[in-house]
Ligand binder design. Structure first.
Ligand code: PRP
Ligand code: URA
Length: 206
């Protein structure tokens, strides 16, 4: 299921990220801000459980989150979304998946994976700003599923129709959240209009 989270603040900030003259500092800050704004919407349906507490005035019955949250950023660019979300959910644990797209074949190559042990009982958010061919996200999802994850949300900033289609067909059980559905991929597998190479722009490596 695809949800495009549309909000004027997100759209405005994404325009800043798309501008080619936006430098590393602003790109990094804005990515975190958008991730935080998206997380607010994505967590809207999280289950709550009843708890009995004492306020300074009296005993009361109220609610708190019923499930753990695990964030799994896809390295490198997914790292740029972690702080924006942990600002809202400071108890979230964080796993990591290291993947890069082979520049010739566009196939995802895994070089690292480490997850917290509560994955099977948690709401798992896989984070990557770019959903292009969908190869990296699909491989990341396969790996968290293999490690026991059952409730998975894929959180990206910009998606291409090709990538959305791939995740919908290979992982129909995964909810997909993006803040913009762009037009297409170009012949090199970049999203059009997109924002370029997210990892390079985030870390200033080009
Ligand atoms: C980018 C991006 C995604 C992937 C998306 O990473 O952050 O992980 O490409 O492309 P796909 O949907 O076609 O798989 P990249 O491979 O450039 O690695 P990097 O973040 O280490 O630069
Ligand atoms: N990865 C990126 O960083 N950007 C794209 O447009 C496609 C894949």
């Amino acid at each position: 299921m695809l949800t495009v989270i549309s909000h004027p603040l997100i759209t405005h900030k994404l325009t800043q990220m798309r501008r080619k003259e936006t430098g590393t500092k602003d790109f990094r800050e804005t990515l975190d801000e958008i991730a935080g704004l998206m997380a607010y919407e994505i967590t809207r349906d999280l289950p709550l459980k009843t708890v009995n507490i004492d306020t300074p005035i009296c005993k009361t019955s109220t609610f708190e989150l019923a499930m753990d949250i695990v964030l799994v950023p896809v390295l490198r660019a997914g790292l740029g979304m972690v702080d924006g979300i942990t600002n809202l959910i400071p108890t979230a644990k964080v796993g990591h998946i290291g993947l890069y797209r082979d520049h010739n074949t566009l196939q995802p190559m895994t070089y690292y994976a480490k997850f917290p042990s509560n994955l099977p009982d948690a709401v798992v958010m896989v984070l990557d700003p770019m959903l292009a061919t969908g190869g990296s996200a699909s491989s990341a999802i396969k790996q968290v599923k293999k490690a026991g994850a059952r409730i998975i949300k894929l959180v990206c900033i910009v998606g291409a129709p090709e990538g959305v289609k791939k995740i919908e067909s290979e992982h129909p059980d995964v909810s997909i959240y993006i803040s913009a559905l762009d037009e297409k991929l170009n012949e090199s597998g970049y999203i059009v209009p997109g924002l370029g190479d997210a990892g390079d722009r985030l870390f200033g490596t080009k």
